[in-house]
Design a protein around this ligand. Structure first.
Ligand SMILES: Cc1ncc(COP(=O)(O)O)c(C=O)c1O
Length: 394
């Protein structure tokens, strides 16, 4: 194929996406992804960010990142198992284990990478993974990579999970139940205590992806496992260092044997350069802040409760949300897209989420509340919701 032919191939693919209306323009930020963002010289209130605790431009994190950068340089220079393992890495893993009250933790380059590497390091041919139908794409990719069989159960439905376990547990070597803890499209929470109960009954392991629970749920943001009082009872807990803890990276916490195995067998850890020192320094500083005070987590929940209550008073449905992820369910796809566009005109950024990401007829505008929002900013968003709701007859 010539370069010109390859170019026209992509031009055709892009034109097809534009024709279907699925082509998305990328938003270009001109500063930090904080509560208010600058786009094209205009300030907008940001309801799209995973910067749950507002820590993305916190002075203590910037200082720790700068110090790590100064001492270790800009990159790791190698995969972890060659010479990309620094004191910073090991100190961060120990700090995470202490924070989570677990024996150990292993850090990888992102939440996506962690699922892609850890699931195949734990499960393989002859094993069976029981997975919620709405689990994150990185779990799906990790399962594929593992060559284990998978059995999908209905979203959060414990009778569907038990039925699957009853039917299939006898036919596999090892079994593992894998779930998002907080689902990023609905903000609902997996019933971990029931899952742990079923895991015991059917001799399965539990793998909880706490990407959107870490720093949000549990005492001082210790996560969903802590929220349910299950510390020590979930075999593998993934937490990200890219959302509430706003650098980049992720970890898997659990037993020290698990840590020693995964660090030596997860392919993204073995075959990809380890994290830059600045990210490790910033992540450690964020965890130290969480260990010192619950102030930011408390503030996040005050904002969340305030915003949701006011939205409901205005007559909007927030679906199954139990967390700072607040879907405003609008139904028709066009309505959700139009609503989000109108919000932008009024200086509020909130994504429209439509089919196939969510089922048809359940299109929504998804809002993410953070500790960084002021009450005045949330009121401005609520005003915009009220006016647009009236205009569009929602
Ligand atoms: C449940 C879940 N797992 C993993 C990830 C990936 O995390 P990261 O952005 O650190 O790769 C996400 C990201 O949105 C997620 O929602």
């Amino acid at each position: 194929m010539t370069q010109a032919q390859a170019k026209s191939l992509f031009a055709e693919k892009l034109a097809a996406e534009k024709g279907k209306g699925t082509y998305r323009e990328l938003i270009r930020l001109e500063g930090a992804n904080s509560a208010v963002v600058s786009i094209g010289g205009r300030n907008m209130i940001n309801l799209c960010s995973n910067n749950y605790l507002g820590l993305i431009d916190h002075p203590a994190l910037k200082k720790a990142a700068a110090e790590a950068l100064e001492k270790y340089g800009v990159g790791a220079g190698s995969a972890r198992n060659i010479i990309g393992n620094t004191r910073l890495y090991e100190e961060l893993e120990q700090l995470i284990a202490e924070f989570k009250n677990e024996e150990a933790a292993v850090v990888s380059q992102s939440g996506y990478n962690c699922n892609l590497g850890a699931i195949p390091a734990i499960m393989g041919e002859g094993d069976l993974i029981f997975s919620d139908e709405l689990n994150h794409a990185s779990i799906i990719d990790g399962m594929r990579q593992s060559r284990a069989e998978k059995k999908i159960y209905r979203h959060l439905d414990m009778s569907s999970l038990e039925e699957a376990l009853k039917e299939r547990r006898g036919s596999c070597r090892r079994a593992m139940i894998v779930t998002d803890t907080v689902f990023s499209m609905d903000g609902d929470i997996a019933p971990l205590p029931d899952m742990v109960g079923l895991a015991r009954k059917y001799e399965a392991m539990v793998y909880a992806d706490d990407a959107h629970g870490t720093g949000i749920l549990g005492r001082g943001g210790r996560g969903t496992v802590d929220h349910f009082g299950l510390t020590g009872q979930v075999d593998f807990t993934l937490g990200t260092l890219s959302k509430a803890i706003p650098a980049v990276g992720a970890y898997l916490s659990g037993s020290s044997e698990m840590r020693d195995w995964v660090v030596r067998n997860a392919r993204p850890i073995l075959f990809s350069t380890s994290l830059p020192p600045a990210a490790l320094g910033a992540a450690a500083a964020a965890i130290r802040l969480l260990m010192e005070s619950t102030q930011l987590v408390d503030r996040l929940w005050e904002n969340t409760i305030y915003f949701k209550e006011k939205l409901r008073e205005l007559g909007f449905s927030t679906g199954r949300s139990k967390t700072p992820i607040v879907p405003v369910i609008l139904g028709a796809e066009e309505k959700a897209v139009r609503f989000s566009q109108e919000l932008q005109k009024k200086g509020v950024l909130a994504s429209s989420i439509t089919f196939p990401v969510v089922p048809r007829g359940q299109a929504r505008v998804r809002c993410i509340v953070t500790a960084g929002h002021t009450e005045d900013q949330l009121d401005q968003c609520l005003d915009a919701f009220r006016t647009i709701g009236q205009e569009l007859g929602v």
